[in-house]
Every structure is written in structure tokens, then in C-alpha cells.
Design a protein around this ligand. Sequence first.
Ligand code: EPU
Length: 472
Amino acid sequence: MEDRPITLSPSLSNTHSSSEEDKTVLEIWGGASLHGHVGISGAKNSALVIMAGALLCSQDCLIRNVPALADVTRMAEILSALGVKLERQGNSLLVNASHIAQSKAPYELVSQLRASFFVIGPLLARLGVARIPLPGGCAIGARPVDLHVRGLQAMGADVQIDHGIVNAYLSGRNKRLQGAKIYLDYPSVGATETLMMAATLAEGETIIENAAQEPEVADLANFCRAMGAKIRGAGTNTITILGVPSLHTTDYAIVPDRVEAGTFLVAGAITHSEISLSPVVPDHLTAVIAKLQAIGAQIIEDAPNRLRIVPGHRYVATDIETLPYPGFPTDMQAPLMALLTLSDGDSVITETVFENRFGHVAELTRMGADIRVKGTHAIVRGVPMLSGAPVVATDLRASASLVLAGLAAQGKTTVQGLHHLDRGYENLTAKLQKLGANLQRTQLGADGDSPLVLPDPTIVTTVTKPGVTKPA
Ligand code: EPU
């Protein structure tokens, strides 16, 4: 792979608080009917962890179907800071971690992307040392990493936290991590992924019990298997990994994004429009489809990888409780709430996964929704209509919820805080415009009154840096 400088799209290459980004808003004129077909991008949460997983291999890894998202750019920057070479070609990403120059990830980058903490497992397995800053809390909760740390300790790593940095290393006679039986107190997606990656190169067998069963965990396992890892049971609550000395080159396509697909199903429902989507894995959407059907929409499987939503005339309230997979996904709680604000009756939404994931409630209320929050419950009383308003997104899925509400509201909704949306939805504006929605991204001029229409931000990632042979 040829060494080239890092080139990132200006809108995605710096922190999210620049005044330019603050001025970019999404204007939505609600009420338009949608029609046609939308293409679903690769799964963000697979892409992020599979990029980390590429650290396990000292040869080229070609990852296909990688969405162009701000979070993917961040993860590329982190790998690049470790000395890994990356090159983006369309929606494929070539990663070469033959030389890892650094065992320490920079705080400025880790603090912007919690998923970057997941590099701790592969780094420790490859180098015998990893120093990763604690990522800290975020808009949706405290998000500790104790389960990752305890699992690595069970595999023989010394782990100490000093000055906000998790220092993990192998000491004594251990040249490799040691297989272990690990029970997770909670089926954490990230901890399951960290430990599964670490175990691929460990000595002996690791069994992870009460493992997360999310499709992205299974996708990571399939990627690791494609590199020669020996993993059984991913996608169930017990994963068994037999460590191997090294992994080899691979060419792997990640699964479609089930949360993006679910968001478009809600877009069809909330605008009373029939739309189809592909590629999707319908089995990944079972809980979401069941709730949409309970509310009054029909979901038809036109082909094994294609779904069509046939909207209802009226919708009825339904209760939702977020749970680890295969339960109802926390990432779809905010989008579904938008639809329930317009469904007859009272719905109780219970968020059990993250402690602070109701940031969208106050904004939906500004649009006329009737929602009360009591602890982990939101009680949504359906109203006949929402009215467009200026609103601010507080996190990624909250931003999707506000866009969905804006598509159905009367009049104009202006969504601020688009850096959240750009973390997880590839070309959302363009995809919705193609379906017939009336919306545009604009940047207000310096005087605040001369809007400039903008396309969705795109990533131009050629991220490569010369590798350095010596681990730090
Ligand atoms: N938790 C702990 N200790 C740990 C790890 C997790 O207490 O060591 C707690 C968390 O604080 C949280 C719960 O366990 O309350 C679940 O967290 P989990 O580790 O399962 O989530 P994650 O790995 O941090 C991933 C996704 C999230 C998604 C959750 C749940 C990625 C990069 N992120 O996060 O995606 O909501 O699983 O499915 O894979 C999103 O895409 O918007 C998003 C937030």
C-alpha cells in the first residue's frame, strides 16, 4: 500500500463544535409522501469494531460495505495514530496493521468516539501492551468499561488505571493472553467484542458466558473467522474461542445497518407512505417489525433481503421496553417514540440499556408531542398532529427521531446539532430526498439570513501513515 497523507472531508475532520458545523441545519417541510426504494448502508457498529479487529492481523484486510460516516472517520484517525495504514476506495477500506507503532491511543480521539476503546483487546493481543484513555461518559449515559477490564484481567492481563488511562499489559512468563472462562454480569456488546477479539490470539480456550448476541457481534466473529480465528457460538449467549498464534489476510463485507433500516421503516410509517428497502437482514429486525405491526403498519418481505412497509391509516399505542438483542434495540427507542407521539392512546416506553437516553423528549414536546418522563419510563400520549419547530439533536438516535417527527409535522422543522446525525446515518438527506421528502441542509450565512444549500457530508478518506516497526 502506498503511503499518502491523511485526507478527510473538512466537515468531518475536526471536532464537532466548530462554528461552521453549528450553523449547519436541516430544514424539513413536513407532510410530503414518500415512495420508491432506499438502499441501506453497511452497519456502523459492525464497521467500527471490525476496523478495530483488523489490528489483530499483520496482513492486508479489505473491509467492504463500510459506510461513509463521521464515526468511521474517527476510527480511521485512531488507527492511523497507532501507525496503521488505511486506504479508502469507494465503500471499501483497506487496512494494514503490519506495523503498529503505538500502543497508546490519543485521548483527544478516544474521547470523541467511545467505540475506539474497543482497540484495547486487539492491541493487547498483538503487542502485549495497550494504553487507552478512559473514554468518559457521553450524552446517553456513564458507559463504564469495567466489564472489558475484568475480562482482560481474567485472561491474565495486568490492568491499572492511572491518570485516566487504562494501562493493560502482559507480565511475568505470559507472552500471550491466556484463555479463560468469563461470565459477563451484563451482556455488553462492547465487552463481548473486546474479549472475543483478545481471545482470538490467546493461548487456549476462552468461553464468554452471558455474551451479547447482537448481529454486530456475530459479524465481528465472522470477520475474525475469515482471518482464521476459531470462534463458535457468536450470536448466542455463549461464545467459545480457541486461540490461534496469528491471523491472515481477508476480504470481508459487513452486514447492512439494521438501525438505519429500522429508521426508514419508521419514516414510511410516520408519513403513511409505502417504501421498500434493501439490502436488509429481516431477522435482525424482528423486534422492530413486531412493534411496527402492533402499532398498525404491515411489513412485507418481498425478497430474502428486501422489506416493504405498507402503512396503516391510523396507528395505536404500544408499550416498548429496550433490551439486549434479540429484545427491542435501544438504538430504535427514539425513532419509534416519534411514531408513537402520533398513535392513538398511551404508550409506555421503558429504557433499560442506557440511563440517559430521553434527550429527544423535550424536543419532541416542543413540536407538540405529549410525553412525560418518570425515571426510566416515558409515557407518550398520542396527539393528532405535530407542528414544525426549531429543535436541537442531543445524540445520534435522538437526531433521527427529530428528523422523523419533522417529516410528519405540519410546517417547517429546523434540526440543529447535525454532527450527531452524521455520526451514524450515511447520506440521510439525499436518501430521503430521493424518496420524495422535502428537506435540505443549509448553512446560514454570516449575517444569519442568507442560507446556503449543502449536500450531505461525504468522507474522502485516504488515511495512511508510514508504519514504524517498533511497538511503543
Ligand atoms: N456497561 C457497563 N460496563 C461495561 C460495559 C457496558 O456497565 O464495561 C453498561 C453500559 O453503561 C450500558 C450497558 O452496559 O448501560 C450496555 O452497554 P454496551 O456495552 O452493550 O454498549 P456499547 O458496546 O457501549 C453498543 C453500540 C451502541 C448500542 C449498544 C447497545 C457500538 C459502537 N455501539 O454500545 O450504539 O446502543 O451497543 O446495543 O457498537 C448507537 O449506534 O447509537 C449506539 C449508541
